[in-house]
Design a protein around this ligand. Sequence first.
Ligand code: NAD
Length: 506
Amino acid sequence: MASAVEDVLEGLAKSPAEVKVPITVAHGDGIGPEIMAAVLRVLEASGAPLEFEEIEVGEAVYKRGVTSGLAAEAWESIRRNRVLLKAPITTPQGGGYKSLNVTLRKTLGLYANVRPCVAYAPFVQTGHPRMDVVIVRENEEDLYGGIEHQQTDEVVQCLKLVSRPGCEKIVRHAFEFARRTGRRRVTCMTKDNIMKKTDGLFHRVFDEIAKEYPEIENEHLIIDIGAARLADTPEMFDVVVTLNLYGDIISDIAAQVAGSVGLAPSANFGTQAAMFEAIHGSAPQIAGQNIANPSGLLLSAVMMLVHLRMPEQAERIHNAWLRTIEDGIATADIFTPGTSTKQAGTREFADAVIARLGLRPQRLAPVRYATEEFAERELDAPAVEHRKAAAVKQLVGVDVFLHWRGTDPNELGERLKAAENACLPLSMITNRGVKVWPNGFAETFCTDHWRCRFHATPTGPCEMKVAPRQVLDLLKRIDGLGLDFIKVENLYTFDGEPGYSLGQGQ
Ligand code: NAD
């Protein structure tokens, strides 16, 4: 399928004066309709050849009983136009409702969430006037799979899934973005000292792909110190690429440190579609008062114009916005006595931007989108999805998770000895990941969730080649002992390398 951008270009080539590009527009909830109205007026005034197709999303749709918050007609519009400009929505409290944002991102394959966080000192107050960071957050995987289970009386789990193609796409997106926008450095943040498989894969892929971009510096930081430095000295960062959950958290930190969550835009890119929205929510407490700041959504619309290859209009709006800020026109959330000259409502702020279309800022750096680099394919990275060649995969053991209300790991170890078979001897029991058998510590707290590892040995009868039927045999024996197995995780080697982690203390 051709991308929306290609379709647009094809259309423009035919009859540039007449062709209008349809985009889907969602007005959202709370302050959504006000800020969207302001943004659409600025877009129209800029001369961007756009046609707005409106859809209803959010609270009203949820209340009609559509648990996804998006009706079938809305999906049709988004899939037809492949570009969505979306105002924030109010997520109803309580169970039964799915997060509309997560549904949109995952259903449309919007794998990259790009969030520029820029300081506009002295016009917007910040402790970090030189800050200009772009967070590139993986948007589909990690703990956001929504795969959660209660397994025992006391333990629930959330599955963290990270794929190699997912890592490749987002890391490449970050480097391509850095290359096209002339940025110097990409910093990767993970917690691979603890999550060696999942975060370890992300870090490894980052190191592999970084080699293809020798002109761009690369570094890796553990997320905890990375987040601390981002809050403390954000000017040392340029582009940051990270997994979904960390990206969610650090992009809000970065936006807040830059000056205001109300200013930060975001773009969600996929290979088939893109969605643009402010990072803030629907701010229901200030809705309907004409005081909300439309800047986050307006700057998201600028990112949309760049994506749609309308760089002149993107540049006109962005520079007019910078000039507005510089002229001291401020909505209440960023009004600074002494620096700001006029407090404007949402509508008046949009009027001020429209009045400055064609002007450039004089103290803040003007933006330039109508350049050669931007004339190339824009912020959407090439859709490379290399599939890794299949490895030699060998079953070597199994982790059997038990719901057991006992407290003494030695008692459990003794009982399980009766279940093991010659190929699969019991090698370890952990509780919440900590080894408690053999040779556990009495001090370790144990809950009712036990991971029992049965692992082949090089000198055993199967050597290191376990057959699935031996796992089934083991499970039958465990069941026969009256023990409640709640989950089974096979242990494999891939090209001889263990595909599973050791127990803590093993
Ligand atoms: P919020 O971002 O709506 O508000 C946080 C604070 O920032 C409030 O004080 C608010 O008044 C202020 N604020 C936010 N945007 C502003 C703007 N443009 N101008 C001036 N001030 C602004 O976050 P919240 O209160 O945690 O969430 C409110 C609702 O929004 C919830 O239902 C939440 O689920 C939803 N939400 C939606 C999205 C989205 O649709 N993308 C994102 C986040 C939260």
